[in-house]
Design a protein around this ligand. Sequence first.
Ligand code: ACM
Ligand code: ZN
Length: 501
Amino acid sequence: MRKIFWILLPLLFAGKTAPGATPGDLIPAPVEYSLTSGNVESAKLAQLPEKVKVSQKAFLKRLNGRKLTDWQLRGAYWLEVGKRGVKIEAADEEGVFYARQSLKMLEALDSTVACCTILDWPRFQYRGLMLDVSRNFQDKEFVKKQLEMMALLKMNRFHFHLVDNPGWRLQIDAYPRLTQLAAWRPIADFWEWEESGGEVLGGRFVEEGTPGAYGGYFSKKDIAELLAFATERHIEIIPEIEMPGHNFETRAAYPELACSLKKTPDDWELCPGKESTYEFLEKVLLETFEMFPSPYVHIGGDEAGKRNWELCPDCQARMKAEGLQSVEELQSYMIRRMERFAHEHGKRIIGWDEILEGGLAPDATVMSWRGTEGGLKAVSQGHDVIFTPTQYCYLDYHQDPLQYKPAGRLLTLEKVYSFEPLVEGISEADARHVLGLQGNLWTEWVHEAWHAEIQFYPRAFALAEVGWSQPEKKNYPDFERRARAWSAVARQMGYNVYESK
Ligand code: ACM
Ligand code: ZN
């Protein structure tokens, strides 16, 4: 009997072809779909006519009474794949874009695509990745390549960590030494440079053009090119200008911005006492605002050692004049002042969760990285929050026990996938303040482009799904199956994707 079954098995499928890629293979998983009959060759599908209708009124009918927020509606789409071509309906061009991304992914996954319809929209409005180009520099071609993958995954925010201790990476005309000097170091290897006193002495930079110098920066032209590329893909680039900590490179270029009397010469933060610090920050921010159309600027705010401020006469005078009781309040004074400046120019600020410590600036969005407590606190005060907790979102960590593990902590694909941005303790009423989530790639240990990519992928696939798909769709074994298939395609496209053992 058994033998006969195996002999007859092929007959069961005779006359039927495998369906090919289906919406059930997509990352992120769509809200709903159905298969219709037949399939189309992927190569042919790309040539068939595409009918597009952008109409809010028509699309609301498709939703059949389901209520979406304004931003969900902008990203929502209906897609039909048929033998005679493709139909797309959406309320906005953004939805049309996401329909095409689904289509591209289906075409890339298999040589045929099942005829189907999809109705889909995002769960969270902020679906981000952060790249640190300060510690190790990656150029604009690398950034474009990652933006392309983000678009395929329907991710929409790229947080550009452009400045930090080991290198300033953004052209600022008012302060040319930032890129003539502070973008270049004599030793390429970050740790070797660090151990040679690179950060501590703050002086281990060399002039641009010095033979063998390691580094680089983005010119205004480069930024314009990246922005055009990102905008076409509905990705917003959010620049980060760190203050008041992580600024050794600024000291190298403009030592006068440091506190004049130091308790710990190894620490270096901008001096929030001196007026010249604000002049520096305002000019830098103004040029940043002119370059980046994002409504946000990230002002950092993390890990500022504040010990020198306790001794510095300028800081002490500022605290007295402003009635500030602690150095934490002095940091908040600076951040609030920068927020006012940002508002005057139509921008809002995002900061790492340390900006909560001396009192939050009135309209600041908090990026919760030291766990989720900062985010919960911010939300309880009516502020927006983006979750990037180390335990789920730090992509510098190794992804299985066999991977080289310099950053010390394990963060598997499954763990990333298990993150729920509506963390325990968020009330239904406060959920609207949770903008979404972001994966952060710090590059202390990540020198090469291929290495940066394996740190991103496949874990960014999981972040994309957590950010976009409905929570009831969550199913790790099914996601793992899709992640394996998409990893294989991504490799063919030229991406380096980590293969967990
Ligand atoms: C951070 O990881 N210091 C935000
Ligand atoms: Zn000072």
